[in-house]
Write a protein that binds this ligand. Structure first.
Ligand code: WQD
Length: 341
């Protein structure tokens, strides 16, 4: 089925905005739906500025079935890329019900409404977190899954819900994309990662230290069995990640079905390597202190990427230097993120 109009749920978010831009560049029509609980309408204004394209933006909550039904009455949607959901690992441990209700119900409502029509193409924003604490690297799409926190379990459960739907009803075409560590920003410096609270993740924490919003970086452990003792991750530029979604939609058009792909670079980079790259490329010091390990962290993970290369014709092209440079371009030009000065 030819896909023309794509719904991007959570489209005003960090990965959503970057994906809207790549979808438009690839010739798709885009509709953004977001409840702005963890994003800003300013981000969508920036996306329109970058693309020169007016994008319909629907402020709505996917947990409200009536709102999802109204959206699909208004927009003739051919495919959905589903980003909408809560994503803070630590918060999910403290408030599991908030995560199960929000993340599962929003997906179920989306599928209930799509199931009433013919267009049943879904790309789901999953995560390498579904691989749990696996120490067999690189992580392939066949690595056994075992989520170890409520956030990760919502990702796993949604993968299973979509697999069951594909098996039960004809016409469901599903692409599961398992992201590794998305970082970086659009080269324009107009959009980027803008956490609503103190950042949990490494790169936004580094950039907020660099811009003076935070005093220093705490590095969670340097006694791991890794080259420099600090954690190793597969950091992937958010523009590469966004382009992976375009490749997945094209695949669903050509070969409908149920598919799972890792989106990573296949290369590991340590915490200290990222800090030093940020300092070297941007000429900005990042004061840090080595503290104890963070519970739940694995020593290392990185992706096997040949399945996405072979089946989607996609691979990451941006370097660590691109990632730290683009991150700093965004943060230095927007010290308070999207917040009005
Ligand atoms: C990376 C490394 C930390 C912060 C998480 C989620 C995963 C996905 C990506 C959504 C680790 C170290 C971090 C800090 C530090 N999110 N670190 N100081 O934990 O690999 O993955 O985000 O899908 O689901 O689990 O990313 O950026 O939090 O940590 O030393 O202030 O940086 O110990 O080694 P993580 P992260």
């Amino acid at each position: 089925m030819k896909i023309k109009k794509v719904l991007v749920s959570g489209g005003a978010g960090y990965i959503g905005t970057h994906t809207c831009i790549e979808l438009i560049a690839a010739g798709f029509e885009v509709v953004c739906a977001d409840n702005f609980c963890n994003s800003s309408p300013v981000a969508m204004e920036r996306v329109e500025q970058i693309t020169g394209t007016a994008i319909p933006v629907h402020r709505m909550d996917f947990c409200r079935l009536d709102e999802v039904e109204a959206l699909f009455r208004e927009e003739a949607i051919d495919a959905a890329i589903h980003f909408a959901g809560h994503k803070a690992v630590g918060e999910s441990v403290a408030k599991p019900l908030k995560y199960y209700e929000n993340n599962l119900l929003s997906l179920i409502n989306l599928c209930k409404v799509m199931g009433k029509g013919k267009a049943r193409n879904v790309v789901f924003s999953s995560s390498a977190t579904v691989y749990g604490l696996s120490d067999k690297l690189p992580l392939t799409e066949e690595t056994p899954t075992s989520a170890y926190n409520p956030y990760g379990r919502t990702k796993l459960y949604i993968e299973e819900i979509l697999k069951d739907l594909h098996a039960a009803e004809p016409g469901w075409n599903v692409s599961i994309l398992r992201y590794f560590n998305p970082v970086g920003a659009h080269p324009s410096g107009l959009i980027g990662e803008d956490p609503s609270d103190i950042p949990n993740n490494l790169m936004p924490y580094i950039s907020q230290v660099a811009v003076g919003r935070l005093e220093k970086l705490r590095i969670f452990g340097n006694d791991y069995d890794t080259p420099d003792g600090t954690g190793v991750r597969d950091f992937i530029h958010v523009v590469d990640l966004a382009r992976g979604h375009v490749a997945a939609l094209r695949k669903l058009e050509e070969e409908p079905g149920y598919m799972v792909h890792n989106l990573g670079t296949g290369k590991g980079c340590s915490v200290l390597e990222l800090v030093h790259a940020f300092e070297r490329v941007n000429g900005v010091p990042i004061p840090y202190e080595i503290v104890g390990r963070r519970p739940g962290d694995v020593a290392a993970n990185y992706a096997a990427t040949d399945k996405a290369r072979r089946e989607l014709g996609w691979e990451a092209t941006h370097t660590i230097e691109d990632m730290v440079r683009d991150t700093w371009h965004w943060q230095s030009e927007n010290p308070k993120g999207y917040a009005e000065d």
